[in-house]
Design a protein. Structure first.
Length: 259
């Protein structure tokens, strides 16, 4: 069922609610994503869990008139949906940039039992400033967004065995956005030190990461009290789309361990 919640700045936040169960799993997409990125997870898990797929502000069917794009606002989007579903037990699952935002949201939401990170925050000691993002990414987006999506981003987002149909789908979705909107939606990620937030997380944090870049276990454990990860091999930045069956098997095991 499609529904809307109202965020802290009155943005209408779209979400899809399905399934049953005492535990709600709230899936949050990464940059320029949408609820449909989790369609395979909805099909697989809705008989076991209460499944929530949401669009952050500026994404999918959510409102995009936000005046101030910040990590706190994104966390408020997640909180708005979490509050609307009235669940006694919530697991937050955040992909890519939303990995940072689910950590921040976990500090604002009651009844969060665990956080699942998907190919994100692999090394909390690795910093990337807004100035660096401007130089490495945003300048290219402004100059020629289509070229950046088709020729630059694939070097970082896809692996050799990423299915061509996944590449094509994502690139088409990215290009539905204007360069400035794409930049505004991503900028908050580089304006907040999420290490400080991580130190206050007191629930288990488990990551499902690709092997496209290494995960630094000990670095992350300096900030997250209870952190572990699982690796999916030969996949890019979108394991839930590239290898949904293997991803679901791993996620299912994690959810049962948390239970």
């Amino acid at each position: 069922m499609e529904k809307y919640a109202l965020s802290s700045d009155s943005q209408k936040i779209h979400y899809i609610e399905s399934g049953n169960g005492n535990t709600s799993v709230l899936f949050i997409h990464g940059w320029l994503g949408n609820t449909e990125w989790w369609a395979d997870q909805q099909d697989f898990f809705q008989d076991q869990y209460h499944i929530i797929q949401m669009d952050l502000a500026g994404h999918g069917k959510s409102e995009s008139s936000r005046q101030e794009w910040t990590s706190s606002r994104y966390a408020d989007d997640i909180k708005a949906v979490a509050d609307a579903i009235h669940s006694k037990e919530i697991i937050l699952a955040g992909h890519s940039m939303s990995g940072a935002y689910v950590l921040e949201a976990a500090l604002k939401i009651k009844n969060v039992k665990a956080v699942i990170l998907i190919d994100t925050l692999k090394d909390l000691d690795e910093s990337f400033t807004e100035e660096q993002a401007e130089q490495v990414m945003f300048t290219h987006y402004r100059q020629d967004f289509k070229n950046a999506v088709e020729n630059i981003l694939p070097q970082y987002l896809f692996a050799e065995k990423t299915p061509p149909e996944v590449k094509e789908r994502l690139q088409q979705e990215f290009l539905q956005n204007t360069p400035e909107m794409a930049i505004n939606l991503l900028k908050p990620l580089y304006k907040t030190d999420f290490r400080e937030i991580a130190q206050h997380i007191d629930v288990p944090v488990i990551a499902i990461n690709s092997d496209a870049s290494p995960t630094h276990l000990e670095n992350n454990r300096k900030y997250l009290k209870d952190y572990d990860y699982v690796t999916i091999t030969e996949t890019g930045h979108y394991p839930m789309l590239e290898k949904p069956e293997q991803f679901n098997t791993i996620l299912n095991k994690i959810l049962k361990q948390l239970a």
